[in-house]
Ligand binder design. Structure first.
Ligand code: 2HA
Ligand code: ZN
Length: 275
């Protein structure tokens, strides 16, 4: 099968386009990676090159040795993924140590995988192990309202989780484990990758202060839906804070406990502190 005919490639492209249409991917902002299933890699084998030069990832992800990923390109625009996928995205393969990658398809006009490859791959490694292989998608977006909140809320997991849970009843059901927050760091390197992947051991969402968000999920629908839900909740919080600095009423800690029973989710008590 041709790469561009594969269902997982089409799903990846649609997700990138959806993110562009949300306004989360100005210029070359954001990146998306998908851990390809063995049978999916086999189905496109005819178009995968083995001549690419091995290059350093910049970190080690031994549990991902030999895996294939579909990735957006560094400096490439989400806006162009639909119209020019071969220029914008790539299939890469990792070596048998999980320390190097090579390009097997795509990025036909040159270039390399996303500048956030270390963060993506370290998150993939953590989430693959934490979910028994279920999680396959890592998504980074420059979500406007979440970024705005990182200037006015304390950069604490408990505060972001509780405030965003309170803004929409669906939130504790969609992200019951909560949200992690990384203070401002230089993007693109191993240090921020280590900090983010540490949070991903506990959460499916990590906020990068004054920058954006990382989400992890099983498939494109769930991962895009998670990013969308968190960002929409942040939009409501920004609107609420713009109308008045305090709440007249809200969803209470007791309400969350009742919700947890009916919706069969476990909500950690550390997010249900009395205010
Ligand atoms: O430009 O979003 O974090 C790509 C990025 C870097
Ligand atoms: Zn970014």
């Amino acid at each position: 099968m041709r790469v561009l005919e594969a269902k997982f490639v089409q799903g990846f492209m649609r997700m990138a386009d959806d993110g562009w249409n949300q306004g989360w991917h100005e210029r070359n902002g954001g990146n998306l990676t998908y851990r390809i299933k063995k049978e999916e890699a086999e189905s496109i084998r005819e178009e995968l090159s083995e001549d690419g030069e091995w290059k350093e990832i910049g970190t080690a992800v031994p549990a991902l040795a030999g895996e294939y990923f579909l990735v957006t390109g560094s400096g490439k625009y989400f806006r162009n993924v639909m119209s020019d996928p071969e220029d914008s995205i790539a299939v890469i393969e990792l070596d048998d140590k999980g320390e190097n990658y090579r390009i097997c398809w795509g990025l036909v006009n040159g270039g390399r995988p996303t500048s956030e490859l270390p963060s993506h791959l370290m998150n993939h490694e953590v989430k693959m192990q934490a979910t028994g292989g279920k999680h396959r998608v890592i998504y980074h977006a420059h979500t406007t309202n979440v970024i705005a909140l990182t200037f006015v809320l304390p950069l604490k997991d408990e505060v972001f989780t509780r405030e965003l849970w309170e803004m929409a009843t669906e939130c504790p059901v969609v992200f019951p484990d909560g949200i992690g927050v990384v203070g401002w760091m230089v993007p693109g390197g191993r240090e921020i990758a280590v900090a983010t992947s540490e949070l991903m051991k506990k959460y499916d969402v990590a906020v990068w202060a004054h920058h954006g968000m990382f989400c992890s999920g099983e498939d494109f629908d769930l991962t895009f839906g998670l990013m969308h839900t968190v960002e929409k909740s942040a939009e409501i919080l920004v609107k609420m804070l713009s109308m008045r600095p305090d709440k007249l009423q809200t969803i209470t800690a007791e309400n969350f406990r009742d919700l947890a029973v009916d919706f069969k989710v476990e909500l950690p008590e550390r997010f249900l502190f009395e205010k």
